[in-house]
Design a protein around this ligand. Structure first.
Ligand code: ATP
Length: 303
């Protein structure tokens, strides 16, 4: 069953203190969802700390998470609190969880279970009270299968599971998001754009948004700056989007296509549409991701 992060779902989660795992492609709003949970929770007046496992060099990760004392390692010229201590009484977002070095994951799990953390180079443990939310743009089960994410850590965090659909699967949200961004960027750039022309909205809804809401936000900022006032016309959009046609994603099959060829074409087209995301392709086609991988491998061997 696919779950969507509606406001109601986020506020239900916010009313508890349990962990949550947010999954969704890059730019779908995972950090926005995590902040919303924090802001709707009783922890709202306390810190919200986000740590991105993909952005921190592996050698620094342990000290970022657990903190260190002065002299704990070469270069540790002063002591530093780790993210659990920084987020004490608030919320910690572990972003890109599946990129967390596998060797660190058992220690992370232990800290989560004990509610106590010891800085590198320290003999003393400090208790913390943190609500932990994790996010990943990979399919968590696939990451577990591939040995990138420990199952016990995944289950510890995955009390609530929030799946943010790609923007191309919820094009009905585009008008509301567009209105919000027009308002935001009118204010930022001193512009007076009124709204989207209907034909412009058709183009936006026809585009497949590989960068999701982040891409939409950038496109609307650009359009507001170019249009300045009145309506946003299709000509104010970047050319590749202004030219997007509502396709309904139909697949044209040449005459005498065999079932095997049609299958291959469908999988390849869906991979293109999803920006080569195998997990998403498998989900859209109702297949197992392993089936997709096996087929791609066998086609590669076919030449
Ligand atoms: N529902 C929303 N309302 C307003 N802005 C949104 C919404 N969802 C996403 N955005 C905007 O889109 C951009 C990307 O959002 P965010 O950083 O939360 O995505 P993400 O899924 O965490 O991305 P990544 O996986 O790349 O870290 C941000 O600028 C954010 O403000």
């Amino acid at each position: 069953m696919r779950q969507c992060a509606t406001c109601a779902q986020l506020s239900l989660i916010a009313s508890t203190d349990a962990g949550a795992l947010i999954t969704g492609e890059s730019g779908t709003g995972k950090e926005v969802a995590a902040r919303t949970i924090h802001e709707l929770s009783t922890r709202a007046s306390q810190p919200f700390v986000a740590i991105n496992a993909a952005a921190i060099p592996e050698g620094l990760m342990e000290s970022e998470i657990f903190g260190h004392e002065r002299g704990a390692f070469t270069g540790a010229v002063s002591s530093r609190a780790g993210c659990f201590e920084q987020a004490d009484r608030g919320t910690l977002l572990l972003d890109e969880l599946a990129e967390m070095p596998i060797a660190l994951q058992p220690k992370l799990l232990r800290v989560l279970e004990d509610g106590r953390v010891r800085r590198l180079g320290s003999a003393r443990e400090a208790a913390f009270d943190v609500r932990v939310i994790a996010a990943t743009n990979r399919d968590p089960m696939t990451a577990v299968d591939e040995g990138k994410l420990r199952a016990d850590l995944m289950y510890r965090l995955n009390v609530f599971s929030i799946v943010l659909p790609a923007l191309r699967e919820r094009t009905e949200d585009i008008p509301l998001l567009a209105r919000h961004f027009i308002h935001l960027f009118n204010h930022k750039h001193g512009a007076e754009v009124h709204a989207m022309r209907e034909t412009t909205m058709d183009r936006l809804q026809a585009w497949h948004w590989p960068g999701n809401v982040r891409e939409l936000r950038n496109v609307i900022e650009r359009s507001v700056v170019i249009a300045r006032h009145g309506w946003i016309e299709p000509s104010h959009l970047p050319p590749h989007i202004g030219a997007a046609k509502p396709t309904g994603h139909s697949l044209e099959l040449p005459a005498h296509t065999t079932l095997a060829e049609a299958e291959r074409l469908l999988i390849r087209t869906t991979l293109e549409r999803t920006g080569n995301n195998k997990a998403e392709t498998a989900r859209l086609l109702g297949l197992d991701v392993k089936t997709i991988r096996n087929k791609l491998r066998s086609w590669a061997l076919d030449g």
